[in-house]
Design a protein around this ligand. Sequence first.
Ligand code: SF4
Ligand code: FES
Length: 333
Amino acid sequence: MAKITFDGIEIEIPDGTTIMNAARTVGGSIVPPAMCYYTPLKGSGGKCRACLVKVTAGSTKDPRPMPKLVPSCITSVQDGMVVENTVNQQVLDVRKGIVEMLLINHPLDCPVCDQAGECDLQNFAFEHGVSTTRYTEERRTFDKIDIGPLIQLHMTRCILCYRCVYTANQIAGDRVHGVLGRGDAAEIGTYIENIIDQDFSGNVIDVCPVGALTDKTWRFKQRVWFTKPVNAHRDCPKCSGNVLLWYKGKDVLRVTARKDEYGEVKEWICNECRFEKKETSDWTIEGPAHIDRSSVISANHYELPVLNHSVVADLPESTQRELEKNPPLKLGS
Ligand code: SF4
Ligand code: FES
């Protein structure tokens, strides 16, 4: 076991754990943001630099600070390590720069992007970025590539996190797409217009942190914050069949895998569940889903927010009377 100090909090974790996962054992706002690391995908991390932290003491044996900021998702802890994240101004300033760099080529087309509301880059920019840009050059553009009837690729939105490449490699089998070219010319593409049609290829949509890979069957149908996520399952011979159904009224507009608080897929789902089962009768409904990651989709669903009694006591009397008469919220203790 190694003892480390993270933002002043002492954590004891098994040797070999990454700094990121050590912080996740504490949770909350001290956890560094991640745009490319994805726990279920071997080899992910180390691409986006969103998770950089300052190591002010390397270990008990060698307590010198590490000279540069380190990516917390691929740096292992050592006994006696002292790490600073939210308490270090250099880290916060660099993070602003990372947002700026990621947005150099990413189009600001959130109003028409299907990922809006559940986009990691949108959340990252909101929490860590600045509201102005110094960039006046032309953004990169790409020839459109059709990667099949189910998945839409918008290469201009891609931040080259490689998550989809690892997913295609490790989950879908028969990988036919990957990163072509290098440096400024790097892009996600398929060779000789191969169509991505393996049973589990739809999972690339769930892992993509931005709107570069989206579900064609859900495209432009609805803003995600107007839909209601519901847990459901079916007896599927190919996958666990545990999914989220996204309802608008009585219609299931899309089906996705369930995700944890870090936006990581809990269980991969097959294309049949994702693209072909869009009727309520296809599913056993479990109930409203709790979305616990910080996003606009955490609001406006079927679950009632808990309003603390002490909060109610601070409201104007007329509002309190109105709440009592017509309680729109579940009152907590
Ligand atoms: S398409 Fe999405 S998942 Fe794939 S590398 Fe680009 S940003 Fe990452
Ligand atoms: S999340 Fe660590 S480098 Fe991308």
